[in-house]
Design a protein around this ligand. Sequence first.
Ligand code: F6R
Length: 260
Amino acid sequence: MEIVICPDVNGVGRTAADSFERTIQRKPAAVLGLATGSSPLPLYNELERRSRHGQLSFREVRAFSLDEYIGLPAEHPETYREVVNREFTTRVDIDPAGVRGPNGNAPDLEIEAADFERAITDAGGIDVQVLGVGSNGHIGFNEPGSSLGSRTRVKTLLPKTRRDNARFFGDPNDVPHHVITQGIGTIMEARRIVLMATGEQKADAIARLVEGPISAMCPGSVLQLHSNTVVILDESAASKLALADYYRYTYENKPAWQRL
Ligand code: F6R
């Protein structure tokens, strides 16, 4: 696991975009894994900028999102389908038909979960997956206690996660209780993982994820077992890391041939 500490949020976005750009340069038909929420927004802003400047093209790229609320009306602005569309798909030159998420209104959610897993496999697997982390250590919507080998399935959100996400909804009671999410085992199959976290409210989760024991109580800690993960942080999110100075030193002294 590589840890990169950036001076500010824009630096986090640029560093994450570098990793995406490198993947797409090597493989123009790359398969991306998208997250929603606040954390990836600086990445999407930077990808839009690079796409507009002709530095990067998504024409051959396909993408899968991580998760979806269950039971929100299809036209609701906070369905993750709508959020991905608004924050990513419509801002770059990707073919919208190549972007898929789990359908939270499918008549049979077990069949939907299996179909979604199969679609990722049929696409050849995810080349680079962006992740945020919940204040309780969740990745995707795999709340503490989730099986570290889990596949896409329905999960119940913790009250704390519903409160954290209430900022996106007018009425906190409107935040759905249930979601369909890629499992931890599904996420771990991505060839490259780029986790982004900013702000002091993420400092505890990041300390547990990076330096704590691997445990289902902090689902993101399983990333310690992934062989190609970078965790990109601002100073606040990194503020509780015991080895922060070492991570800074390592990154500052990184040889040119050993790129991100
Ligand atoms: C979103 C997702 C979640 C978020 C996490 C952090 O698709 O899977 O794991 O990444 O809840 O949310 P933010 O970034 O809003 O703090």
